[in-house]
Design a protein. Sequence first.
Length: 160
Amino acid sequence: MTNYVKMPSTMNKQKISVPAAATPEQGLADALVPVAFATMAVLNRMGAENDLSLTLLRTLGILRDRRPRMAELADHLGLEKQTLSGLIARAEKRGLVAREPNAQDGRATDVLLTREGAQLVERLHAQMQQALAPLTGQLSASDQRRLQQLLQRMHPGHGG
């Protein structure tokens, strides 16, 4: 079975060969992977255009609507605390994030977006929506809402 996925932006249509699924779970995975690749291509391009690593891009996305403690952010990203500390220090130098003491626990440190960081994140979010529109636009509004609900159920605590 051959699936065609129109890649976002200026990328050409890519032919992706997918073997016929033996089970519904395999069919779902086979359907998710090309969409994940298309999404990652958009994120990689956006990161490159803005001199942001994929990890920093993920970090900024997390900080869009949260103010986590450093330890929570490290766990969420799957990074060692020392690695995250270096990433946050570089983002601080660029004026994108700040660290502040946690209000409930003075020993803990929160990470938050600066005004400049929040503006960048909003611009990137709009660019991402536009770049993914060729994929998402193939679905009706009700299908988009349903897919969003299903994806949020698959990955609780993320995306809304």
